[in-house]
Each structure stands twice: as structure tokens, then as C-alpha cells.
Design a protein around this ligand. Structure first.
Ligand SMILES: Cc1ncc(COP(=O)(O)O)c(C=O)c1O
Length: 375
């Protein structure tokens, strides 16, 4: 693309990384003829586990598959309730329904938009078995959520689909997303902070007592003797994708750093621009900036302005989970969650991806700086 065309091309919301080393890994894996159940998925699982600091991780077919598997390994099913934020991707909630349990929706925090500890504690009943804490947009949840789970003896599932490389200091120790809860769930969908050249996910686990289940759930619950000990399924990640993921993982920290650098550039401009505000950061957190969210006084005019400048924007999410048609028979379908509802009106995501060029970054900061609130 020539310079002029580049200057005018639409800047997308995301752009996955793809380079010679990934291509080489993919071709070598395909050439080897070992397309499933080989060394790459085994090593990718171990390398990812080592990266976040847990004993075990299982690559699988999607973030959704990892959520379903996480509930299965924790033995959650019929009659159980699982607390989830309503402001999240739909599969956080539908995974609960798919194992026969009931999702119980709660609001999110006003400042950071993760699950609200106060609302969460209020919704605990004798049937509550677990909480799915979503590290929304790449920022980790309040540590109070983890304390509540401990206090009430609830399992904690981290939905870290948007939080590869995010971390938080807890009791003086740096903890990566996916290493705090009983289990952690990641997605490698192409727009995520790291990807695998297709659909993919990872189930992580800090608990030795269920590590065998975590290892085998993706392969029909079978041990090495091919006896199915647990109810699992074929959720295995193909070797070619695992080989690409292994290469991507090596760059993850650098990519998160680049995302933070882009976010800092946006903060500087947005702080000087009327009608828009930058997203708040929790103290002692490294934000993974899967999304950079602009808080708008007038979202429609902001989106129009970015659109005129050929810059993509999105609203995550336009319909909260409890209001999705699939939950029209859910007892909370008509409930009002004030923060969740306000978010759909005022939060707008702008592009933040590690492959962004400096020229693209400049185009976006210029557009942010020239935004004017309608009179
Ligand atoms: C918070 C959250 N949970 C779960 C998922 C599901 O991941 P996947 O699309 O890989 O199934 C996503 C992906 O969009 C997500 O953002």
C-alpha cells in the first residue's frame, strides 16, 4: 500500500500478529504429519502454565470451550448457581447454562467495569457454587472478589479471555491473570492479545488436586491407559495452532507493553479534550489493554467523528447478557443493573493493538484531539 492509501485506510479494531517464525512453525508442523495430540499442544500447555505461574494448563478449541471445561472440572451442574457479571461476552453466561447450572447476573463496578463485589455478595445463596470473574477489557477484577469467594467457600473461575499478560499485586506478590482463581480461562480468538491462527483457548489451574481433570477433560476425560475417568469431550487444540501459539507466547509481554504505550498516548490527548475521558486504572495492576475504552459524554457524536476519520469504534457490549433473548425466561431478564445499562450508552472502544504502526497511532491521537462535543 502506498503512503497516501495508508493515510486514508480504515484503521481496524484489531490486527493479529503473523510473521516468518509463526509461518515456519505452522509449515513444519503440517509437514511433520503429526496434526493432533503431538508435542506442540503438550508443550504449549506447559509453557503457558509456566508463564502465568501455575502447575497445569490445557490448550483447547476456544475460550468458550475452556469456560465449559472449567465448570465441568469443578463439578458444577444441575441445581447449582454461578454468579457472573451481566456485562461480558455472552459465553461467560451461556457456559453456565450449558452445564445445567443457573447463571445469576450481577452489576459491574462504576469505575473499572469488572464484577461488583457488593452486588456479588448480595446475590450469594445456599446454591451458589462459583463466581466467574471477568477481567473485562484486560483489567483485572477487584481483589475483594477473591476474598468474598474465600469467605463463602465459593470456587473462583477467572474469565481471562481478554487478559493475557495482565497482572495484579496481591499480598505483595505479582499474580498473573489465570493464576489467582481455582481455574482460569483464556481465548485465542484472532482479536485477542495473543492468538493461534484460528480459534483456540486455554484452561489453566493452580490446584494440584484437580490438575489431572484439567489435563484430561479436553480428551474425553481419558488417562494414558485410554480409560475415560471423567466426563470430557474432544476439545483438543490442533498441533498447527499450538505451534503458532508457542511462538506468539514468547512475544506476549512486549505486546502488552506496546498496548500500554499506545494507551498512555491516548490518555494524554483525551485528558485535554472536552467530552471524553480515559478509562480508570486500578492501582497495582498491569492492564493488558485488550480494549481501550473512551468514556463519552455524547457517544454518538464521538463515534461519528472517529468514523469520519476512518477509525473503527465498537461498543462492548450493546446488550447486557441478562437482556439477551436466550435469557428471556430467566428470572432476572427484566432486572435493572444501573452501571451495566449506563455503559451501553457511554463507553466506546477505539483501536488498541500491538501491531499498530506509529503512523496509525498518530492518526488516532490527532482525531482524538480534534473531537468537539456538540453544542
Ligand atoms: C470475556 C470473554 N469470555 C469468553 C470469550 C469466549 O472466547 P471464544 O470466542 O474464544 O470462545 C470471549 C471472547 O470473545 C470473551 O471476550
Amino acid at each position: 500500500m502506498n503512503r497516501r492509501a495508508m493515510e486514508q485506510a480504515l484503521i481496524p479494531m484489531a490486527r493479529p500478529s503473523w510473521n516468518g517464525e509463526m509461518r515456519e512453525a505452522a509449515i513444519q508442523t503440517l509437514d511433520s504429519g503429526r496434526w493432533v495430540k503431538g508435542p506442540h499442544s503438550k508443550n504449549f500447555g506447559q509453557e503457558f502454565a509456566d508463564y502465568i505461574g501455575v502447575p497445569v494448563a490445557s490448550p483447547c478449541q476456544s475460550g468458550t470451550a475452556s469456560l465449559w471445561a472449567s465448570l465441568r472440572v469443578l463439578g458444577i451442574g444441575e441445581g447449582d448457581e454461578v454468579i457472573v457479571p451481566s456485562m461480558t461476552f455472552i459465553s461467560t453466561a451461556t457456559s453456565v447454562s450449558l452445564v445445567g447450572a443457573k447463571p445469576v447476573f450481577v452489576d459491574v463496578e462504576n469505575d473499572y467495569w469488572c464484577i461488583c463485589p457488593k452486588d456479588l455478595e448480595a446475590k450469594i445463596t445456599e446454591n451458589t457454587k462459583a463466581v466467574i470473574a471477568v477481567h473485562l477489557y484486560g483489567q483485572m477484577c477487584s481483589p475483594i472478589v477473591y476474598e468474598i469467594c474465600q469467605k463463602y467457600g465459593l470456587a473462583l473461575i477467572e474469565d481471562a479471555a481478554q487478559a493475557h499478560g495482565a497482572s495484579q499485586v496481591i499480598d505483595g506478590k505479582k499474580m498473573l491473570a489465570g493464576a489467582i482463581g481455582d481455574v482460569g480461562c483464556f481465548s485465542f480468538f484472532p482479536s485477542k492479545n495473543m492468538s493461534v491462527g484460528g480459534e483456540g483457548g486455554m484452561l489453566t489451574c493452580k490446584r494440584e488436586d484437580i490438575s489431572e481433570k484439567v489435563r484430561t477433560i479436553v480428551d474425553h476425560g481419558r488417562g494414558s491407559d485410554l480409560q475415560s475417568m471423567h466426563l470430557g469431550s474432544n476439545l483438543r487444540m490442533p498441533e498447527v495452532l499450538a505451534s503458532i501459539g508457542r511462538v506468539q507466547l514468547k512475544s506476549l509481554d512486549g505486546w502488552v507493553e506496546r498496548r500500554n504505550q499506545i494507551a498512555e498516548n491516548y490518555d494524554l490527548i483525551i485528558n485535554q479534550t472536552k467530552g471524553i475521558q480515559p478509562p480508570a486504572r486500578r492501582e497495582t495492576v498491569i492492564h493488558a489493554f485488550h480494549q481501550y475504552i473512551v468514556v463519552c459524554e455524547h457517544a454518538a457524536s464521538f463515534r461519528k467523528h472517529m468514523d469520519e476519520n476512518q477509525i473503527s469504534t465498537r461498543v462492548y457490549y450493546t446488550t447486557p447478557c441478562h437482556r439477551q433473548p436466550i435469557f428471556s425466561n430467566h428470572p432476572q431478564y427484566e432486572d435493572t443493573f444501573p452501571v451495566t445499562e449506563a455503559m451501553t450508552e457511554s463507553l466506546v472502544a477505539i483501536p488498541v493493538f500491538h501491531e499498530m504502526t506509529d503512523a496509525e497511532l498518530e492518526r488516532i491521537t490527532t482525531a482524538l484531539g480534534s473531537y468537539q462535543l456538540p453544542i
